[in-house]
Ligand binder design. Structure first.
Ligand code: ADP
Length: 186
């Protein structure tokens, strides 16, 4: 079974739901940069204050900030004896992907599979509107999709070239999608 995984896909594709489910059932560390950032915002830390307005606009928080969060968690886990992990919402652009590659090289670890969750825009927008999070109003959603197209989508080719990409159809029930993901992870 592959146990060092990235979840890639547009906002609303259900990465968080599936990642949480998979991490629990297989004992992997689940790192969602969105959740970690929202935690910082809720706790009112300086980092959270910096991230808050950027997130509310649907823009990406600075690479340095996000990378510092991921670096400390992965190092902590490696020092505690290692194990599998699942990164959800990171990397989100090529600079973050390059930084992750350098970090993993440092830790002597490798990405084993990139699960790409694919879904139509119309369904994405409907799901996000139904979710109703602070940054889930229609104009911010449109902007997040735009940011995804411009900055995150190039990672599809990036990981395809590295022979790591596993596309999964993200339409249907939570259980049906979980089964498709389990099938590609092995
Ligand atoms: P979504 O389900 O819309 O993809 P996330 O919870 O992954 O939501 O992210 C919410 C917001 O947090 C993003 O719009 C962005 O502002 C910020 N964020 C999360 N991950 C990253 C990252 N890797 N780099 C920069 N910003 C991030």
């Amino acid at each position: 079974m592959k146990q060092r995984l990235l979840f890639l896909g547009p906002p609303g594709a259900g990465k968080g739901t599936q990642a949480q489910h998979l991490a629990e059932s297989r004992g992997l560390l689940h790192l969602s940069t969105g959740d970690l950032l929202r935690g910082e915002v809720a706790a009112g830390t300086p980092l959270g204050q910096e991230a808050k307005t950027v997130m509310a606009r649907g823009e990406l928080v600075s690479d340095a900030l996000v990378l510092a969060i991921v670096r400390s968690r992965l190092k902590q886990q490696a020092q505690a004896g290692g194990g599998g992990w699942l990164l959800d919402g990171f990397p989100r652009n090529v600079a973050q992907a390059d930084a992750l590659a350098a970090l993993l090289e440092e830790l002597g670890q490798q990405i084993e599979l990139v699960v790409l969750m694919e879904l139509d825009d119309a369904v994405l927008v409907q799901r996000l509107l139904a979710r109703g999070r602070a940054d889930d109003n229609e104009s911010v959603i449109r902007h997040r999709l735009e940011v995804y197209r411009q900055q995150t989508e190039p990672l599809i080719a990036y990981y395809r070239e590295r022979d790591l990409l596993a596309p999964v159809e993200a339409a249907g029930s939570v259980d049906a999608i979980a089964e498709r993901i389990a099938a590609v992870i092995g």
